[in-house]
Design a protein around this ligand. Sequence first.
Ligand code: IMP
Length: 435
Amino acid sequence: MNCAPTFMPNIIVIGAQWGDEGKGKIVDLFTEEVDVVVRFQGGNNAGHTLVVDGRKTVLHLIPSGILHRGVKCIIGNGVVVDPEICLQEIDEIKAAGYLKNDRDLLISEHAHVILPYHKRIDVLREQRMGAGKIGTTGRGIGPTYEDKVARVGIRMGDLIRPELFAKRLREVLAEKNPYLEKILGGTPFGFDEIYESYVNYGKRLSCYVQDTSLYLQQVIKKKKILFEGAQGTSLDVDYGTYPFVTSSNTISGNACAGSGVGPTAIDGVIGVSKAYTTRVGSGPFPTELNDEVGERLRKQGAEFGATTGRPRRCGWLDLVVLRHAVRVNGLTGLVLTKLDVLSGLDRLKICTGYRWKGSILKEMPSSIEVLNECEPVYQEVKGWQEPLSGIRSFKKLPVATQKYIRKIELALGVKLVMVSVGPSRDENIVLKNIF
Ligand code: IMP
């Protein structure tokens, strides 16, 4: 009798740049191989666009794995949940024929709730900051994480208990209203204004709410689990371009804290990077292109935010950003997306370092004052003219494309496991099966 346990790999997928790397599509694809998908941070600031059978679905909160029948999708404790958006998304995916069984969606009772005052504070603060604003998505993400750390947050477990919710809400409003009125010059909230609708959201969501860490512990030896990151490494609250970052740890280490599993459960970390770079919101972006090439990338790559519709800032691939991502996430593999967008350019540039005050920096500086003064050092390589979206094997790629890929691998010391050449599920070149 063979008593050896079956190997059940648990993989983390994170963004290696400033978000919008195409993680949604990659998670959706990898979900074919797994049983459980867990979101561990962020909230509905994320926007994951999936194209299945020609139909586009944009998910902001629910894990991208939801488009696969029978896969459990978990909103982990590290996520901040806007109950109204969550319900809207549930209704939409149900109407599209997904989530036939309510037991396939689990929401952590420890996850913090985004309430209307968080959104109002987010928007008013940005208005007050004027030109120095962060360029947040205005979804109340930062203020909700602030309350979590300040220990005044309301969690999903509180929301589904009406009496407890009422008590917590009263206490919090006593603090939030003077802040909204006196400091931010905004309108305060009446208790009933929030309570009436949110207690109902809680009732509707209560069938999904449970201790998801406990669930994960029960299945971790029997099922394959995918941990789905949102945003990207350079938006991480510790390792990103602070303060122009989001308010959570977006790096792989947070997959454990944000879902309630130990690091010993993780078998691999896959980073997702575009074949070029984009960023939405304010903050430094050394390889940004404010010229016709940047405009071309935006047009060809349909680079408009899935959450806010804002045009994304576009630029060349930055190996300093990616080397940093390899290090702080401990990447074991990389997926390169949107390679098809680069077709038609005669020459491509890859940033290999930053020139700063006469020296060359190979590592990401921690201070944005320094980063703002950095000039990218480029290596120029030959481009290719051929469209790539129909290609399914590495060998059939134009030689210049193959060289571009190998150059990235060599510079980062991480193997590419997949290249995406179009938005649809099948538009990929698989280089290694990570499962
Ligand atoms: P917040 O997460 O809404 O607080 O926004 C903080 C910063 O993160 C802003 O620059 C946003 O544009 C950026 N951001 C938040 N979520 C995403 C995302 O999913 N993709 C790209 N950028 C994001």
